[in-house]
Design a binder for this molecule. Structure first.
Ligand code: ADP
Ligand code: MG
Length: 634
């Protein structure tokens, strides 16, 4: 064993730097947080390359006194914490006093700073944590910190940095999160001389989110707000039809600090249950505010994880707040028809609005360059699916917004019509199946409408005030079935099949059947063992046509196998999805006016908005859309 050495403070700082400063993005985070703590109203962040060669953060905060400017770089030098009591209620972003020490240990730093009202400022230059030069200087009020050549003296760390592009994008992402957490501070980010983003700092969450995350995402967001004693949540969650392929657009802030939290993520995602397509994730920007004593921010080196004292309350508050916003979006019948029906497809509307002329044409519409060109414009070709699309949805500045690409969500979720290929043997359904599904519609809440008919045996067409409402009859009926079945507090009525259907399952499926046998029975299925891997289906829910029985059971096993149903509740929901879908009227089927009306009224009442998989059930064409389509207005 070698002799024990006490490491010099310099080596200790370099080791500590490894924890606080992982990459250029960490420098940006620490410097921005210092600027927030200094009460800055405006912050400019500049980076070059991937940020390792050059980062500059300028703020108009309180600045530092000449005697503090040098001390700030010492380890454990902080103006934000006096003693251990303060640790229990941290109200600043920083408190450990190690960021500047850690950063300066592994880079060249130039600081210039001036307090408000001071005659002159102070500059300090450091290399590897040692002050090289220091003195008075002329500079604006506030603080500018330049960090150059990060990790120049720790080649091992330098080697671990990714490409400039990857590091720069991490820097931008980090700065964006910091900025998003502080709507009251204006943040400008400049990368290689080009402005990457700018937030107005007007204190409004909506303008902050809009400018930082972009119109496309912002337009899918619903407001969300709730409070429980000292606990408050506010912000935005995405409409269920705007589900995303991953969780990258989920932002959580606690007292202005960006945090990662499995608890909050679960609270949000559970609130979307049965409205979002499996494998899709909601977007959200949620700001939690609570007493500083109710949250421990000292549990993670980068402070991105926190510990709440009242986890259950936090979970419930967020869950309920999100539920409420999703429900309010649904309660369309309370508003005037035109607004309500428009609201039904707000997210889709944005996708239509954002369609370029090219994509519009690709969808089957002739696009005229001007009135004069009308004569030579090609005839409208027969639209491919979807059959009807609104050319330009109302928006604050629609003209400017027509050049964007289709958002990925819209591309990824074509409105697929299940069962269009169903054999004609089953083309009639008993009317009661629609009737059953709409028991709860209060006709008083329904705006007056005119049933115009049905297109392509798929889309019910209504005139509601000044709008045309198109309803996907299968998707709407599926949702109605799902809600009805879910609300049942007794077993689902079962029908015994005249001839039991043979069913072949895989090796692991016997166990699945065993686990879910009781549930399947409650939901109207009777499945019996017949051999090694052979079974028979004796009964299925009464709503399902016997011709669909086998497909339904196979689909259910598919879901159970894929782990889509990890617990009893989700297994139940997944099975109900299948039953609801199979029991629904299908595209291609004949539907009577009475059935159409029942579906229409369920949609108009606001009860039915998304199918259980999260696809929208309706779309709107307004007079304005039509007028624009026919160039009555431009
Ligand atoms: P901490 O933020 O944990 O206190 P830092 O090492 O990040 O530790 O900063 C040390 C101290 O330097 C701070 O407590 C603060 O007093 C001062 N300081 C750092 N950055 C700024 C700034 N932009 N404006 C004013 N003071 C600053
Ligand atoms: Mg700090």
């Amino acid at each position: 064993m070698a002799v024990i050495n006490i490491l010099s403070p310099h080596v200790a700082d370099m080791i500590a730097a490894g924890e606080v400063v992982e990459r250029p993005a960490s420098v940006i985070k620490e410097l921005m947080e210092n600027a927030f703590d200094a009460g800055a109203k405006n912050i400019t962040v500049e980076l070059r390359g991937g940020g390792a060669t050059y980062i500059r953060v300028t703020d108009d905060g309180c600045g530092m006194a000449p005697e503090d400017a040098g001390i700030a770089f010492l380890r454990h030098a902080t103006s934000k914490l006096q003693d251990e009591k303060g640790l229990e209620s941290i109200h600043t972003m920083g408190f450990r006093g190690e960021a500047l020490a850690a950063i300066s240990a592994v880079s060249h730093v130039e600081l210039s700073t001036r307090r408000k009202g001071d005659e002159s400022g102070t500059f300090v230059t450091l290399t590897a944590g040692e002050i090289q030069d220091m003195g008075p200087t002329g500079c604006p009020e506030g603080t500018t910190m330049v960090v150059k050549d990060l990790f120049y003296n720790t080649p091992a760390r330098l080697k671990f940095l990714k490409s400039d592009r990857a590091e720069a994008s991490a820097c931008v992402q980090t700065a964006l999160r910091c900025a998003l957490g502080r709507p009251e501070v204006s943040v400008r980010l400049i990368r290689d001389g080009k402005e990457e983003f700018f937030s107005p700092g007007d204190g409004r969450q909506d303008s902050c989110v809009y400018t930082l995350l972009g119109r496309e995402l912002a337009s899918t967001l619903l407001q969300c707000k709730a409070a429980d004693g000292g606990l408050r949540v506010s912000g935005f969650v995405s409409s269920p039809s705007a589900g995303r392929g991953n969780r990258a657009a989920q932002y959580f802030f606690c007292n202005g600090r960006f945090i990662r939290s499995a608890l909050l993520q679960a609270a949000v995602e559970q609130a979307y249950k049965n409205t979002l397509l499996t494998g899709r994730f909601p977007a959200c920007v949620l700001y939690l505010d609570m007493g500083y004593g109710s949250v421990d921010v000292n549990v993670h080196p980068a402070k991105t994880e926190v510990k709440f004292s009242f986890e259950k309350q936090v979970f419930d508050l967020v869950y309920n707040a999100v539920r409420l916003s999703l429900e309010q979006e649904n309660r369309t019948a309370e508003v005037v028809p035109s607004a309500s029906t428009r609201k039904l497809i707000e997210p889709k509307a944005d996708f239509y609005r954002s369609m370029s002329a090219e994509s519009f044409r690709a969808n089957g519409y002739a696009v005229e360059k001007s009135r004069g060109a009308a004569a030579s414009a090609p005839e409208p070709v027969r639209p491919a699916a979807p059959a009807f699309q609104s050319p330009g949805f109302r928006s604050p500045e629609p003209e400017k917004q027509t050049r964007m690409d289709l958002p990925p969500a819209a591309k990824a979720e074509p409105i697929s019509v299940k069962g269009a290929e169903t054999s004609p043997l089953f083309t009639r359904i008993p009317e009661k199946s629609v009737e059953n599904s709409v028991q709860n519609v209060e006709t008083t809440q329904i705006p007056s409408y005119r049933l115009l008919g049905e297109a392509m045996k798929t889309y019910i067409i209504l005139e509601v005030g000044e709008e045309l409402l198109l309803i996907d009859k299968h998707a709407a009926h599926e949702r109605m079935n799902f809600d009805r079945l879910k609300a049942l507090d007794r077993s689902i009525m079962s029908q015994t099949l005249l001839a039991p259907l043979p069913l072949h399952l895989g090796p692991g499926d016997a166990e699945l059947l065993e686990q879910n046998g009781q549930l399947l029975q409650e939901l109207g299925f009777e499945i019996e063992v017949f051999g090694e891997e052979d079974y028979v289906i004796r009964a299925v829910p009464a709503d399902i046509d016997s011709g669909d029985a086998l497909a339904a059971v196979e689909e259910i096993f598919e879901k159970l196998r894929s782990g889509k149903a990890p617990d009893a509740q989700s297994a139940r929901d997944e099975i109900l999805h299948t039953v609801a879908c199979k029991a629904a009227i299908k595209a291609g089927w004949d539907t009577s006016d009475a059935e159409r009306r029942r579906i229409a009224e369920a949609v108009l009442s606001g009860q039915v908005k998304y199918c259980p998989h999260g696809r929208p059930v309706s779309a709107v064409l307004s007079r304005r859309d039509l007028d624009k389509m026919f160039k009555r207005i431009v």
